[in-house]
Design a protein around this ligand. Sequence first.
Ligand SMILES: [Zn+2]
Length: 422
Amino acid sequence: MGENGRLDTPQWFKELCVWAISSQSIEKMPETMRKFTDSLGITTALHWYNWHQIPFDNDYPHYFPAKEGFREAVAEIQKNGDCYVMPYINGRLWDTRDKGVDDFQFTSLALQATTKKENGKPYVEKYGSKEPDGSEVELAVMCPSTDVWKKKLEENISLLTNDCGVAGVYVDQVGAAKPVLCFDKSHGHPLAGGYWWNSEYWKMFEGIREKMPRETVLTTECNAETFVNVYDGFLTWHFQYQNQVPAFAAVYGGSLQMFGRSFQIESRHTLANRMKMAQQLVFGEQIGWIDPRIVDDPRQFPFFRKIVNTRYQFRDYFYKGEMIRPPKLLDNISEISADWQWQGEQIITMGAVLSGAWRKTDEKDNTVSAVYFFVNVSDKPITSQVSVQFDEIGLKTTANPFEKPVIFEPGIPMAIELFSLK
Ligand SMILES: [Zn+2]
């Protein structure tokens, strides 16, 4: 760690404040991202799905050749240096029929490197995708200890970062999925469970990172503590539950970036989306991953833009600083509820004003500063006394902006920044 946080993560990624997610065509994507970026007025990033010719969750891991024009589209999107492209790949699976319904390289190359049950058969998973004949795609879980899988992932990531020029690669499932109890004696690891699953992935990604261009990043699905050392960011799209607290950000904020909530762009989800965006801001996450066509939604885009720009204004707190105790609202404020949609209906209820706080120190100027965020996601003004403990963070402030009750205007993120000598 240095004065700007983690040293092996590029500065653009630490400062990034917003993500789009899209599967649009090669032809449309540059224009879509230009509009998204210009409308927000700050640097953005794109998590690009279905950039490959193979269907989703099918014929993995043969992502190449990419769709025609992919490399040129990446260059077009990134040419001004204000938008970064991060394509999707899966980090665990090899299709057992990996060329339509045919066995292309599965038996000849992959089978020896799949995870095996006690009976010697590979572990196979299904995700609802279909082969051309209508049968379900069966994907084998690869063993991270094997050279076959290490080489294949390294090859795909190198083709993306070195040949296609993308700024990062998202490696699906590695953080999200539990270790598989592999019983294949020929792999050389202890049989079944143990430390080896994670340490073999660490070796794999340490090797991959060495060969990636310096300014590129790796991310994976979910906030898996065991992979903090080999990824720059975690897709926290599963932060979808009642009574969530930012425990992970309190420990790891600044060490790596969290990004991505599960948004549905339709206008009936407007309130749920506001709650998620506000919670992302106060939890210190990069905002989004959202359909870039949100720019055309006059009900949702203005609030989204305000949240993103508030984060941008105070972005250095999130990579240089640390999360501190969120300010507490002392009055009884109204609650709001909305369906956050997670494996079906998921009603989330919370106080209408969300709050969070971050602190940073500047050794050169011998100062400490803190920023307190408040977002009223309801449609009415709310007034409350606020309790803030300055002494526990070493802030010696003479003027206390929280002495009197604070009025929180609806839909307007509020940030109060305070400085003092250390
Ligand atoms: Zn194994």
